[in-house]
Design a protein around this ligand. Structure first.
Ligand code: ARG
Length: 460
């Protein structure tokens, strides 16, 4: 396609080194869609006749069918998806095909294709995020009363509702959706017409192309447009963040499914056995997701490092944007799908979570608050409950079993009603501030999410 000035064939090794068709074939629907829009603009500018435009459209659609049915022969010698399709078109329809690349470079072509791809995939990721939120909400609703220790430093802290713990992930995923929506705005700019770097002397109606492809905005600087990959970096960041949230959820699931915690049972369908230890039931899905999240971050770093230090404008380095992008998109879509399936079917062992939550030390903060309400300054109250905890531990007497005299020994502010504090239900009910896990609050939050997930707003 560019052989005019060359006397010798490209070496086989260079072809093999430089080809991208083995991965950028994924762009074929966008390349075809973009070419049809471009041809329409060429016809409007008088470069193509109506008949030529029709032939191009028909030829490209036939090529799309061939690709989809597996008949199409991708050729490494034609380097990338753009040249594979253009060459097949010209073979099919002759001269009209050879006119298609007028006023276009692969530089603006690939920028367009990747933007169209990112736009479609951002929508696909959005859908899967909502589905996972839905699955987590279902699990929360199946266990509305289950209590679980809330942890800091992986040490038992204070009691919470299990549903509150799960809803925390809905918040994280909602922020991911917000970030996706934000990234989408900058993906959604139409770069075609920027040519190799300086547009073209052939006046094309870029607005027409943007309208045909449903872009609300066209790029304003041709040099920027052919070398901008910010939108990919942003998308890879959003995907990394989703991956990190899934990785944290994975860690919870792995802990909960262990014999030590024994808080949940995953379905057989979402666990694996050991080839050696017959008793094992392993949470591989969660482990794989925790592992894959590392790759997602790696892909982001890979692209950022590729972009750093590139002179204006297009450089072939930019071909290296694709494998990390495709890998991250495919990985996150699968992870979100499999997690939704697994979480919807997880069984919560509410007796075990309740037993762990019955640990009286989880109410130590509530005891301090009790003293505060009796007028003791918090720092002193904290000290008193600390001493009480040490006493309870060394004597082996749980808070509930301390005598009136023992309580009084630690602070005269303690009265008989202190025992009422030592109840998980009371502790939860008292946590009424916005965002805190009182059962009434959690119920309202569940209703909020139900409503929101019923009619999720799309990315635009
Ligand atoms: N396969 C190339 C890429 O992904 C397409 C653009 C090629 N442009 C060029 N000037 N060689 O970046």
């Amino acid at each position: 396609m560019w052989k005019g000035r060359f006397k010798v064939e490209t070496s086989n090794l260079v072809q093999k080194y430089g080809e991208s068709i083995s991965f950028d074939w994924r762009l074929y629907p966008y390349d075809i869609q973009g070419s049809i829009a471009h041809a329409t603009a060429l016809q409007a500018a008088g470069i193509l006749t109506k008949a030529e435009l029709l032939a191009i459209r028909k030829g490209l659609k036939a090529i799309q069918n061939e690709i989809e049915s597996g008949e199409f022969k991708f050729r490494t010698s034609l380097e990338d998806i753009h040249m594979n399709i253009e060459s097949a078109l010209t073979e099919k329809i002759g001269d009209a095909g050879a006119k298609l690349h007028t006023a276009r470079s692969r530089n603006d072509q690939v920028a367009l294709d990747v933007r169209l791809y990112c736009r479609a995939e951002a929508n696909a990721i959005h859908q899967r995020l909502v589905n996972l939120q839905d699955a987590l909400l279902t699990l929360a609703k199946k266990n509305p009363e289950a209590v679980i220790p809330g942890y800091t430093h992986l040490q038992r802290g204070q009691p919470v509702l299990f549903a509150h713990h799960l809803l925390a992930y809905l918040e994280m995923l909602e922020r991911d959706i917000g970030r996706l929506r934000d990234a989408y705005q900058r993906i959604n700019h139409m770069p075609l017409g920027s040519g190799a770097l300086a547009g073209s002397t052939i006046p094309l109606n870029r607005k027409l192309v943007a309208d045909l492809l449903d872009f609300p905005k066209i790029t304003d600087n041709s040099m920027d447009a052919v070398s901008d990959r910010d939108f990919i970096a942003e998308l890879l960041f959003v995907i990394s963040m989703i991956g990190i949230h899934l990785s944290r959820l994975s860690e919870d699931v792995i802990l909960w499914a262990s014999a030590e915690f024994n808080f949940i049972e995953l379905s057989d369908a979402h666990t694996t056995g050991s080839s050696l230890m017959p008793q094992k039931k392993n949470p591989d899905v969660a482990e794989l997701t925790r592992g894959k999240s590392g790759r997602l971050v790696g892909n982001l770093m890979s692209l950022l490092t590729t972009l750093k230090g590139l002179p204006m404008t297009y450089n072939r380095d930019l071909q290296e944007d694709k494998e990390p992008l495709f890998d991250s998109i495919e990985t996150i879509k699968m992870a979100l799908e499999v997690f939704a399936e697994m979480m919807a079917e997880a069984k919560v062992k509410a007796e075990n979570t309740a037993e762990a939550t019955a640990d009286p030390f989880l109410l130590a903060t509530d005891l301090a608050d009790y003293l505060v309400l009796k007028g003791v300054p918090f720092r002193q109250a904290h000290e008193v409950i600390g001493q009480l905890t040490a006493y309870s531990l060394s004597e082996g007497i749980p808070f509930q079993e301390l005598t009136d005299e023992e309580w009084e020994q630690f602070s005269p502010a303690f009265e008989k009603d202190v025992r009422k504090v030592l109840d998980v239900g009371t502790a939860l009910k008292g946590r009424k501030a916005v965002g805190a896990p009182s059962p009434a609050n959690v119920k309202r939050q569940v209703a909020k999410w139900e409503k929101r997930l019923e009619n999720p707003v799309g990315l635009v």
